[in-house]
Design a binder for this molecule. Structure first.
Ligand code: XIL
Length: 433
């Protein structure tokens, strides 16, 4: 029920070994550099999404979702931004967030709105041109981001925030706590988790994830790599995420060791020849050993009442991302004991599309579901996830996977697919068991 993602570099999309592994093993994608400020706004007011869109399109056409990285950061700023300060830099930051988020409105699972704003040792803010515009720059960034795309989860992302006893971790924790108390819109905290001898995997990592989640935010492991790729440490990280219901998923920072920004550390799950390493097997074993959750993330069937009362801001984090169904093809009202289903088109492009089906339990919990429909034209499903497909020709039947058959009364779960041909929103039949 959690996602497992990777960073993707646009320059490698022509490498078939790279794309084969990435497509086979991961279902969430982060652009390693292509959505950063210097890449997307090389000249002030002139946005360039060429390489970012290459990654976005590759991901979506292969049935994956996308994390956005990153909108406000002291690094990888274009030259024009580096030389700005004060109110003109503040305005440039706001314009940048609006420009990038409007391009991807409704399409991004979560944005790293602000990256690496805390000092490595003091527990306070890091000095930067952005910080010098005023201490409120982070909350301005988050408020701007919420208005620009209300459907994306909004994350604060940083490194060396893994060890609960480190001052930097406490600094970020106190900021998130303050934001939640004051209603500054924040939905998630990203833990980069670049582990090495100077910043090793800490034994209290799970405590850190739990404590942040208890503030009413999701937690995500966003850039995982481990110097030497200890199989045990990789398994520990996976088990720590699985132990925290609000840990949505894990992204490794690259595919093969040779793709890593720290390739000398051989920190990833595949070696330079694309072979699975021992760490790969231990990650897979940890995932397979997990007890399936009734509320698989990323589409947790949590009722609105489960939203923490300490989260005054409207948060999309408890609803399927992105957004409620547009023109549902069937009423979402279900009979007690039964279920209903609606299909929406998430995205489409010449010759293909991605759709999502929301299955909703009626007045009592269900333990399994089967959704059926008939295509009126001739789309073909190319890849389907969170469900098992049968049927042939224009008649399609999808039943639950082992981990998402149980849905609480009034709760929802989703499955998705990519198809070739034109998108349709047929009426659906849902049978519960
Ligand atoms: C790194 C990329 O992997 C490199 O290709 C690039 O040269 C520098 O940035 N924290 C982050 C990431 O948030 O964006 C960084 O990615 C790694 C550290």
């Amino acid at each position: 029920g959690r996602y497992f993602g990777t960073a993707i570099a646009s320059g490698k999309l022509g490498d078939s070994q790279y794309t084969t592994i990435a497509n086979r093993e991961f279902n969430m994608v982060t652009a390693e550099n292509e959505m950063k400020i210097d890449a997307t706004e090389p000249n002030r007011g002139q946005f360039d999404f060429t390489n970012a869109d290459r990654i976005y399109n590759w991901a979506v056409q292969n049935g994956k979702r996308v994390r956005g990285h990153t909108l406000a950061w002291h690094q990888q700023q274009p030259g024009w931004m580096q030389s700005l300060s004060g109110s003109s830099l503040r305005q440039a930051m706001i314009d940048h967030i609006n420009g990038v988020m409007s391009h991807y409105k409704g399409k991004i699972y979560a944005w790293d709105v602000v990256n690496e704003a805390y000092d490595d040792s003091s527990g306070g803010r890091r000095d930067s041109n952005l910080q010098r515009t005023g201490n409120d720059w982070i909350e301005v960034a988050f408020r701007t981001a919420r208005n620009a795309d209300p459907d994306a989860k909004l994350c604060y992302n940083d490194y060396n925030t893994d060890n609960w006893s480190w001052a930097k971790t406490q600094g970020v924790y106190n900021m998130v706590k303050d934001f939640k108390q004051r209603g500054v819109p924040i939905d998630c905290v990203g833990f980069q988790s670049h582990f090495n001898s100077g910043s090793p995997y800490p034994g209290n990592y799970r405590t850190t994830l739990q404590n942040f989640a208890a503030l009413g935010v999701d937690v995500q492991i966003t850039e995982l790599d481990i110097q030497g790729a200890s199989a045990q440490t990789y398994a520990n990280v996976v088990n720590d995420c699985l132990a925290v219901p609000r840990c949505n998923g894990i992204t490794t920072w690259g595919v093969r060791d040779s793709d890593s920004w720290r390739s000398g550390d051989t920190p990833l799950l595949f070696d330079g020849n694309g072979n699975k390493k021992a760490a790969y097997t231990s990650v897979l074993n940890a995932l397979n050993a997990a007890v399936p959750s009734d509320s698989p993330s990323p589409t947790p069937p949590v009722s609105p009442s489960a939203t923490p009362s300490d989260s005054p801001s409207p948060s999309p984090s408890d609803s399927p991302s992105p957004t409620p169904p547009v023109s549902p093809s069937q009423s979402p009202t279900a009979e007690p004991g039964g279920c209903s289903a609606t299909m929406r088109t998430v995205n489409s492009w010449p010759g293909g599309f991605q759709s999502e089906v929301t299955v909703r339990a009626g007045g009592s919990a269900i333990r399994g579901w089967t959704v059926s429909w008939n295509w009126s034209g001739s789309p073909t499903i190319t890849q389907l996830w969170n469900g098992v497909r049968s049927g042939s020709g224009s008649a399609v039947t999808v039943r639950n996977e082992s981990y998402n058959g149980t849905v609480a009364a009034g709760g929802t779960t989703t499955f998705g697919f990519t198809g070739s041909g034109g998108a349709e929103t047929p009426s659906l039949t849902c049978a519960a068991s």
